[in-house]
Ligand binder design. Structure first.
Ligand code: SIN
Length: 481
């Protein structure tokens, strides 16, 4: 049996609690979005399993918090190595349950593994402080301590990398973890937990509870006073609900929520580079990322040329199942995703946008949507106010820098913005004026384990990755001496 076959069958499709594969209360089917066929049947947790996961994480917490940083570091380093040794098989699993094209799936495994490597290096660099109080009468000693049991709720669009991006800093800081992966894509998270156990993580330090939806089990876990931290990646809508629940318990939260990224092209930009960057910013993982370029603002002098080149690039993409390694665009995650994209494109066309290429969902099987470019999109079209989460690029021409900054900021979101210009000073000026947690200047990709990923406004709170990512899992104890 191949490793992928093994990962699609019990016990590796059971809950992972206290270092054991554990039966749940019920089962749910996981589908392959390219074929709509059932891939695997996965256990779902109920109240009893939620409590067992908290018991296990709580029980493991003192030993893990007291483990020497070097030991925590070496386990994470080993997890990085195992993940890379298995990269092809993990990528295949991601293709099967998420539908990503092969290069995106392999890219996700490598990106996900980087969080283990990066935080293995951070585990041994946790620093405190010692200061003399201004009055000279005492020392102010600041001791970082692990926050404690942390609940992580992860999305389907990066089923492995969002799990490692959250678990790696938590484990490096000495926290124990309960992970609730998205119900569309639970298999990769279970495979990552398996890797951590093989790397030497003590039982109970990571627990995975698979379940339908993000209420029920999540509510039960949030209600348990032993749980001290919630980290969520997903929509702003769900994030608001979870944050309210966590708020009522005065729980630490990190929220990585929706985006509505503007992609701004000035007429002094290198157009070829801008189109190349647009293809990455729009089409990485078929547009199903929270950092996907969502609105293309192109200065009037180059709008036509940019749109036609983008249309050519989009129409030449090869669509199909990611198991065919030459595929460049896979299916969307499910039928609901297709319905949403269809309704946004239809709305834009009703508002007089022109379809340059694409604009259709081919008949199944599989949840496919053609790479699409829309031109002449009205500046107040509904599509510009919604996270498309699919392979659709609406292009809006603009005249002045002031106008485009106002348009870029005219959203409740503030995750990332892309700016293409040949004038470096203008690039910095616009980057500073745009309200977002991240700005890509003449680049189509920013994601990096060594950089602080996160948003402002309704796109979230907290940062993941970089040394700042550790702060999310550390409390500061002040010792007056
Ligand atoms: C996301 O879409 O939630 C994460 C994207 C990334 O890390 O690049």
């Amino acid at each position: 049996m191949s490793l992928v076959d093994e990962l699609l069958r019990a016990p590796k499709t059971r809950l992972h609690i206290g270092g054991e594969w554990t039966e749940g209360e019920s089962e749910m089917d996981v589908l392959d979005p390219a074929t709509e066929q059932v891939l695997a049947s996965v256990s779902t947790a109920g109240r009893v399993q939620a409590a067992a996961a908290v018991d296990a994480a709580w029980g493991a917490a003192p030993e893990w918090a007291a483990a020497p940083p070097r030991k925590r570091s070496e386990i994470l380093r080993r997890a990085f190595e195992i993940m890379l040794e298995r990269e092809e098989r993990l990528a295949e699993l991601i293709v099967l349950e998420n539908g990503k094209a092969w290069p995106d799936a392999l890219g996700e495994v490598r990106y996900g593994a980087e969080f283990f490597r990066w935080f293995s290096e951070e585990a041994v660099r946790i620093t405190g402080e010692i200061r003399t109080a201004p009055g000279g009468d005492k020392r102010i000693v600041v001791l970082p301590e692990p926050v404690g049991v942390s609940l992580m709720v992860t999305p389907w669009n990066f089923p492995a990398a969002m799990a490692t991006r959250k678990m790696a800093p938590a484990l490096a800081a000495g926290c124990t973890v309960i992970l609730k992966p998205a119900s569309d894509t639970p298999l990769s998270a279970l495979a990552v937990a398996d890797i951590l156990m093989e790397a030497g993580l003590p039982p109970g330090a990571v627990n995975v509870v698979t379940a339908r939806g993000s209420s029920g089990v999540v509510d039960d876990i949030l209600d348990d006073p032993r749980v001290r931290k919630l980290s969520f990646t997903g929509s702003t809508e769900v994030g608001r609900l979870l944050m309210a629940k966590a708020g009522s318990r005065i729980m630490r939260t990190s929220m990585e929520l929706g985006g509505n990224a503007p992609f701004v092209v000035f007429d002094d930009a290198d157009l070829e580079a801008a189109v190349e960057g647009a293809m990455v910013a729009k089409m990485r993982c078929g547009g199903e990322t929270c950092v996907a370029a969502n609105r293309f603002y192109v200065q009037a002098g180059v709008a036509e040329a940019f749109t036609s080149r983008l249309g050519e690039a989009m129409s030449s993409l090869r669509m199909g199942s990611g198991l065919d390694r030459s595929t460049e665009v896979g299916p969307m995650i499910n039928a609901r995703a297709i319905e949403k994209i269809e309704s946004l494109v239809e709305g834009a066309v009703d508002d007089d946008a022109t379809v340059v290429t694409g604009g259709n969902a081919p008949s199944g099987p599989g949840y496919f949507y053609e790479p699409t470019v829309l031109s002449d999109v009205s500046p107040d079209a509904v599509i510009l106010g919604h996270e498309i989460f699919g392979p659709v690029a609406p292009v809006v021409p603009f005249e002045t820098e002031e106008e485009v900054i106002a348009a870029a900021n005219d959203t409740e979101h503030g995750l990332i913005s892309y700016v293409y210009t040949g004038d470096f000073v203008r690039g910095i000026r616009v980057a500073e004026a745009i309200e977002s947690g991240m700005v890509a200047l003449n680049r189509g990709l920013v994601s990096d384990a060594a950089a602080p990923f996160g948003g402002v406004k309704q796109s979230g709170v907290g940062r993941e990755g970089s040394h700042h990512g550790m702060d999310e899992y550390l409390e500061l104890k002040y010792l007056a001496w």
